[in-house]
Design a protein around this ligand. Structure first.
Ligand code: NDP
Ligand code: PMR
Length: 395
């Protein structure tokens, strides 16, 4: 049942990110001194083959057997074939935990779409993901070329694409200056929103073509992008304003690097990007749900305070944030629990409703949550969609 794992190989990240200097940050009302940069990843895995051309990023998928419709079981009951789910940013945190939960269910083959092959291969192995249950394909969301190449590579795997999960993200709360993607977009919005926007638009036709009974496109959102919550009211609050920065290209050259056109603020850029993620999900729903039958969903998985998302935050934040969330806000969830939640949005038959922003209550039961006024503004969603289309070359 499990598929042969393709061992694909790809150069590790060709990141266009400029390291932003750490700046003073406040947490718990205390002004904190200049932060230190946390190391990103330690590598060291031996792999079959690594192509390290810094120009062309090629994914080579080896010997992947495409899943076929499972024949009738001995009892004569038809069973659904193995589903194929693409998860971006599956090398750590929520993405990895979701990949593991799906792979271990035996019902899914996971395409781990990651910028760092070695890190991902090592993480999948350390997580104990069954051999043959996943394929790693290179994707750097900080480059639109990489996104397009990823789509080509995934198509070459010759597997139906049944679910796409836009999960990867960067958070740069201590950056003093913006950094930019290969295409010149401010990094947080460029990776978290624009890279995923192009990816999702491109893969929509693959989802459409899939014969899987429940096809889904999921874009991970967050509570901190929703100003109808306490967390969303902790400054800096998300606010896309009149979108003048996005309209001008977010490139910081002759225009602002922030969507609202204001001065750069890394923490706000992340929150703004999450608003874009949630608006995009709803716009997809309005434009394509009826026509394609695809379920479009977003979610807040809980506060997974231990993930790599906070790697650029100051050390004191990283130390205090998990106990603060565990014992004070009680919003904390483990990576494993959050992974199970996202896996439900991928595969639970009860979560097929489209256009929903899912959350979980204290008993870990899912419910349809309310988005903030801005994150559910249909006119803004349309404008973000149209401006994003232009920026990624789709219009
Ligand atoms: P992690 O940092 O653990 O995971 C982020 C993933 O994104 C990593 O796999 C990272 O890859 C990948 N990534 C970053 N930049 C790129 C890029 N340019 N191209 C491709 N992949 C990239 O954080 P989380 O697991 O916490 O975050 C996952 C999602 O959950 C995000 O969408 C985040 O907004 C959301 N979320 C998280 C919450 C939390 O409390 N942690 C709460 C609410 C939502 P690499 O390993 O190479 O760095
Ligand atoms: Mg928050 C119920 C209260 C709650 C919840 C669920 C979160 C989630 N946070 C809450 C409250 C507070 N936070 C309060 C009262 C404060 C002031 C002390 C506070 C502070 C705070 C900071 C400085 N919180 C943060 C930060 C971050 O840097 C994190 C962030 O915004 O990342 C973008 C963050 C978060 N708080 C959360 C969650 C889920 C995050 C991080 C992740 C995210 O949105 O993706």
């Amino acid at each position: 049942m499990a598929l042969q794992a393709a061992t694909s190989f790809l150069p590790s990240a060709l990141s266009a990110r400029k390291e932003g200097a750490a700046k003073d940050s406040a947490f718990f009302g205390v002004r904190l001194a200049d932060g230190l940069k946390l190391d990103a990843t330690s590598l060291g895995l031996r792999t079959k083959r690594v192509n390290t051309s810094s120009v062309a990023i090629r994914a080579q998928a080896a010997a992947v057997s495409a899943p076929t419709a499972t024949p009738a079981s001995p009892a004569g009951k038809k069973t659904v074939r193995t589903g194929n789910a693409i998860i971006t940013g599956a090398s750590s945190g929520l993405g990895l935990a979701t990949a593991k939960a799906l792979a271990e269910s035996g019902k899914w083959h996971v395409i781990m779409a990651c910028r760092d092959y070695l890190k991902t291969a090592r993480a999948a192995r350390a997580a104990g993901m069954p051999k043959g249950s996943y394929t790693i394909v290179h994707l750097d969301l900080a480059s639109l070329d990489s996104v397009r190449q990823f789509v080509k590579n995934v198509r070459q795997l010759d597997m139906p694409i049944d679910v796409v999960v836009c999960n990867a993200a960067v958070y740069q709360p201590t950056a003093k200056e913006p950094s930019f993607t290969a295409d010149g977009f401010e990094m947080s919005v460029g990776v978290n929103h624009l890279g995923h926007f192009l990816l999702a638009r491109e893969l929509l036709e693959d989802l459409k073509a899939s014969d899987y009974p429940s096809k889904r496109l999921i874009i991970v959102g967050s509570i901190t992008g929703n100003t109808n919550t306490l967390a969303g009211n902790v400054p800096p609050k998300a606010n896309l304003g009149d979108l003048r920065g996005l309209a001008a290209g977010l490139n910081g050259v002759g225009s602002a690097a922030m969507i609202d056109g204001a001065e750069f603020d890394g923490a706000k850029a992340y929150r703004d990007s999450k608003v874009c993620n949630m608006l995009t999900m709803q716009e997809f729903h309005r434009r394509y749900h009826e026509e394609t039958g695809v379920t479009f969903a977003s979610l807040y998985p809980g506060c997974i305070a231990t993930t790599g998302l906070f790697r650029e935050h100051i050390p004191l934040f990283r130390l205090l944030f998990p106990p603060f969330q565990k014992y004070i806000t009680k919003g904390y969830v483990s990576e494993e629990e959050a992974g199970k939640r996202l896996a439900q949005v991928v595969s639970e038959p009860s979560l097929t409703k489209s256009g929903v922003y899912w959350s979980w209550n204290k008993n870990s039961a899912s419910f349809e949550n309310q988005l903030s006024e801005e994150a559910s503004d249909t006119e803004k969603a349309r404008k973000v969609w149209e401006l994003s289309e232009k920026l990624v070359g789709l219009a």
